[in-house]
Design a protein around this ligand. Sequence first.
Ligand SMILES: Cc1cc2nc3c(=O)[nH]c(=O)nc-3n(C[C@H](O)[C@H](O)[C@H](O)COP(=O)(O)O)c2cc1C
Length: 148
Amino acid sequence: MQEFNESQFLVETQVPQDELIISRTDLQGKITYANETFCEISGYTLEELLGKKHSLVRHPDMPSSIFANLWSTLGEKKQWKGFVKNLRKDKGFYWVEAIISGVYKNGVLIEYKSLRYPISYTNKLEYQILYDRMREDNKEAKRRVIYE
Ligand SMILES: Cc1cc2nc3c(=O)[nH]c(=O)nc-3n(C[C@H](O)[C@H](O)[C@H](O)COP(=O)(O)O)c2cc1C
């Protein structure tokens, strides 16, 4: 197994302004489609993504209440929009604004889809601080950077 050190978690990948990061999941949240930009930004090949749970790219800095809110919004047949910090395969990160909604066929929910856009530096800073505070309030894991 490959070993990671803390420093790898500190490297940001920039999301291009002119490309969309797209994925779709089945009703259990397993990836059924990802576009080329998704693969590039997350560092995974399409083969590595297909059939995996979307939480594969969940970053430990994300508070669990954000995803609870996502799933309850989807359960109400509404579109969810939010700022998400995602984890790359190499443990680096990228920030996006995600828009997630159900895909309906003849009124029946068949899949979920997500489009993601780049966000501003100010939003990254604001949401990093907000999510740190939310995790602390909920006694969730704290990010630690160890200097030796
Ligand atoms: C279409 C779709 C796209 C999603 N995209 C992401 C994503 O980019 N990053 C992420 O952490 N979770 C995403 N999720 C939510 C995950 O399914 C999951 O709820 C979340 O990662 C928390 O995982 P956990 O409950 O296993 O901790 C997405 C869900 C759906 C339905």
